[in-house]
Design a protein around this ligand. Sequence first.
Ligand SMILES: *[C@@H]1O[C@H](CO)[C@@H](O)[C@H](O)[C@H]1NC(C)=O
Ligand SMILES: *[C@@H]1O[C@H](CO)[C@@H](O)[C@H](O)[C@H]1NC(C)=O
Ligand SMILES: *[C@@H]1O[C@H](CO)[C@@H](O)[C@H](O)[C@H]1NC(C)=O
Ligand SMILES: *[C@@H]1O[C@H](CO)[C@@H](O)[C@H](O)[C@H]1NC(C)=O
Length: 161
Amino acid sequence: MTSAKIFILWVLGVWVMIINGYEDCTNLKDISNPNGTSLGTLQGFNVSDCDVNKVCIIDHNSTTTLSMDFTLNERVEVVNTKVEASLGFISLELKIGHPAPCNDTNSGLECPLEPSDTAYHYTVTDQIKFRIRNQKINVKWSLLNEDAKTIVCAQVAVMFR
Ligand SMILES: *[C@@H]1O[C@H](CO)[C@@H](O)[C@H](O)[C@H]1NC(C)=O
Ligand SMILES: *[C@@H]1O[C@H](CO)[C@@H](O)[C@H](O)[C@H]1NC(C)=O
Ligand SMILES: *[C@@H]1O[C@H](CO)[C@@H](O)[C@H](O)[C@H]1NC(C)=O
Ligand SMILES: *[C@@H]1O[C@H](CO)[C@@H](O)[C@H](O)[C@H]1NC(C)=O
């Protein structure tokens, strides 16, 4: 998808669907989670230097730290991360530096994860790059299990600058 096409879609008015601040998308029904079911519950979410009630401004080349606290209802063998940037009804997957948290000694997660009412704390620091600047987009951060089922998901409104 070229930037021009994305821009045209944006001009068509998809911007009205952009959220403000952060939203728990764990049980949101969409293409990647048609039943809106999940294996965990999101207890907290932070993005460095961002106010969770406002659009998050991320400077190009800067490193961002994201963290999530979640409890778990079922055992999880493997955790994978899926990061999608969406402009209304189109979404693009973003590549991140540590797609498998359990392979990253700094993530705070060690697989397998057992069901727990005590929150797991996941954290990742990465340079998140996006070619489209100065435009509000939704970034949806999902943790998935070995069968690509949603563990938890958080969505944040971001503007890359
Ligand atoms: C959604 O629910 C249906 C009916 O309960 C089930 O057959 C299907 O496997 C579920 N899909 C996912 C992705 O969990
Ligand atoms: C961004 O990072 C690249 C490589 O890490 C560097 O070459 C470039 O100068 C940086 N740009 C800015 C604006 O800091
Ligand atoms: C988010 O930040 C607040 C305030 O610093 C802190 O109390 C909370 O534990 C953090 N949550 C996560 C998931 O990092
Ligand atoms: C994580 O590590 C396991 C075992 O070393 C490996 O099989 C798997 O491919 C790694 N996952 C990713 C996404 O790098």
